[in-house]
Each structure stands twice: as C-alpha cells, then as structure tokens.
Design a protein around this ligand. Structure first.
Ligand SMILES: Cc1cc2nc3c(=O)[nH]c(=O)nc-3n(C[C@H](O)[C@H](O)[C@H](O)COP(=O)(O)O)c2cc1C
Length: 330
C-alpha cells in the first residue's frame, strides 16, 4: 500500500492537478476525510462556501472548516459574499482557523443568492466585483483564488472581468464553462472557455462535466497551459476518477471494495453527528444520488427507498456484491 501511494504521488505529479469541486450537501468534512483516506489523485478539496446569514456564521459552515475536522486533508475553504465588509469577516474567520488559501465564489447560480449579487449574480457588474475584491489587498500572507462561471447572462462578462482579476491579489481562477442563468443545464461552452483561456495570464483551472478519464485527457491536450482540472459530480459518481486519471486510465482493480469502505466510514460517521434514523437515511440517500451510475437501477432504487436501517444495510450489501461480480466478470 505504501509503495502504491508513493507511485500514485509520482504519477499525479506528471499529470494536471485534480481539485475536488465544492458541492454543498455532498462534499462535507466527513465525506472529504473518508475520500482522502481511501482514494488518491486529488491535490486539494475545496469546501462548500462559507457565508454570513442573518449577520452571523452558520454553525454548520464553521464545523465543516474546523481544523480538527479536516486533519490530514488538503483543504481550500471557500467564501461567498457581495459586500467588502462581509467578505472581510469571512476571510478573517477562515484565516483564524489556520488556512492560508481561500477561494472566492463568483459562480454560484442559486437565484436567491444571485439576486443579491452573490456568486455568478455579481458577474455582470465589474464595479461591484472590484469593490468586493478590494479588501483582499489587506492580506499579504493569504493566497486567494476565484471560482467563477463564464457570466450570468453572456460569456462576455468573464472576459470583461479578466483585467480586474489579473490586477487583484488573485493567484488562480477556476472557470466553470457555463452561464449562471443556465444553472446546471445544457453542456459546458468549451469554445467560450477557450476564448477566456487565450486571454488569461493567471493560472487557469477548467471545470464542468468531466466524467471520465477520456474527458480529462481531451481537455488537457486541447489546453496545454492549464493549471489543473476541477471535478465535482464525476468524482461523486466514480470516487477513483482522479486516481485513474493519474494512472492514465487504468482503473484500480479494488475500486468497488474501496467505495464500499468509503460508504461504511461515511455511514458510521453520520450516525454519530445526525439525529435519528430518518435524518441518517436522508443523508445516505444523498450520498447515493450520483454514486455508481453503472449500478443496477433496481438495486439502487432499493437502497434509496429503504425505510429503516436494516432494509438499507441489506440493500447496500446486495448492491456492492453485484458490483464486485460485475467487475470480476468484466
Ligand atoms: C449540489 C451542488 C452543490 C454545489 N455547491 C457549490 C459550492 O458550494 N461552491 C461552488 O463553488 N460550487 C458549487 N457547486 C458547483 C460545483 O462545484 C461545480 O462547479 C459544478 O458541479 C460543475 O462541475 P462538475 O460538472 O464537475 O460537477 C455545486 C454544484 C452542485 C451540483
């Protein structure tokens, strides 16, 4: 195992860094810790955004970034805000937890936030973006990155922001190749990403719909100056994807055994933090939402429809058994 992880580290250094995208409700500290201990190939895990709500931090957000809940995992916490003072408060809080890298969310498409010019809702307003990012100049010892979309309404918005981002203390940009108004619909607009790539002098990370090693290799070849790839739902579906990319498409043979262990750890940990069977089953249903799309649909449905822990455990056992049989046969 030691030799394998050394080899993997070496191989990862020969390909683009892979960043695990933040996914609110999915990639919390419990999931990130379990994933990092069982699968390789991820350079850093971005956290779902920390925000201020009713003039205060959410306990859930602070718990998610607390150092003791992220031991041994390379984590980049993310902040979302529309006002400079609001951003300053979040940055101070994140820095007080011991972090030196902070990502700023200019990409969230949720209408409630976007209407308040947060996330991708701020992209059409360069003056507001400039004002928002101004306080970052006060933190010489912190490294900031930005995660954004092509725009809210049109891809011209990100291009218009580029000079401003390049003169702000921003060290890296991750660009999700969609518009805010699209939410998650349609396909990523790779041609608009290409125009941004041509203009951008900052390290640039591609994000959007990378589901297979082939998808990743196509991007890496088309954009040789990329600083990395960010993958979200693809890694939730195939937790070994970053590792398979580092190994140039060779799938880890024990991938389903490791997914089973990932499940076991996550399920056990949620039992200690969630209250009652109902909450636990709901959280586990989310865990399965994107996981293993290649699994038998009937078996997956049984997992999702389980009414109690006993039914759930039996349904999961049957599903993993079928996956192992599939892997041995194939
Ligand atoms: C349920 C869900 C929650 C998300 N939460 C966040 C978030 O907190 N911060 C963020 O920057 N992006 C968030 N995203 C966007 C993802 O990080 C990513 O940009 C998007 O899913 C596209 O990448 P993918 O196709 O690899 O999943 C979220 C996406 C989904 C589907």
């Amino acid at each position: 195992m030691y030799l394998y992880s050394r080899l993997l580290l070496l191989l990862s250094m020969m390909s683009l860094p892979i960043y695990f995208a933040p996914l609110q409700g999915y990639t919390d500290a419990v999931y990130r810790r379990a994933h990092a201990s069982l699968f390789g190939g991820v350079a850093a895990y971005y956290t779902p955004f920390v925000r201020i709500e009713k003039d205060d931090f959410r306990r859930k957000d602070l718990c998610d970034i607390a150092a003791e809940n992220n031991e041994g995992v390379e984590v980049v916490p993310q902040a979302i805000a529309s006002e400079p003072d609001e951003l300053r408060r979040i940055v101070d809080k994140i820095a007080s937890c011991g972090y030196h890298r902070i990502d700023i969310n200019l990409g969230c498409p949720f209408p409630i936030l976007a209407r308040r010019h947060k996330g991708s809702g701020i992209l059409p307003y360069p003056d507001e973006v400039e004002r928002l990012l101004k306080p970052l100049e006060e933190y010489a010892d912190l490294a900031f990155s930005v995660k954004m979309r092509l725009g809210w309404e049109s891809p011209g918005e990100s291009l218009r922001l580029l000079p401003l981002l390049e003169s702000a203390p921003v060290r890296q940009i991750t660009l999700h190749a969609r518009l805010g108004k699209q939410q998650y619909k349609g396909v990523p607009d790779v041609e608009s990403f290409a125009r941004f790539y041509e203009e951008c002098r900052l390290p640039l990370v591609y994000n959007g719909d990378l589901a297979t090693v082939d998808d990743m290799v196509v991007l890496e070849r088309r954009f040789p100056r990329l600083a990395g790839l960010m993958v979200g739902r693809g890694l939730l579906a195939a937790p070994w994807l970053a590792e398979a990319y580092a190994c140039r498409g060779v799938m880890p043979q024990d991938r389903y055994e490791r997914v089973a262990r990932l499940h076991e750890r996550v399920a056990e940990e949620y039992k200690t933090v969630l209250q009652g069977e109902h909450q636990w089953l709901a959280r586990m249903a989310e865990f399965w939402e994107y996981l293993l799309p290649e699994a038998d649909r009937r078996l997956k449905k049984r997992v999702l429809k389980s009414r109690d822990e006993r039914e759930y455990t039996e349904a999961v056992r049957t599903l993993f058994l079928s996956m192992k049989e599939k892997a041995t046969a194939g």
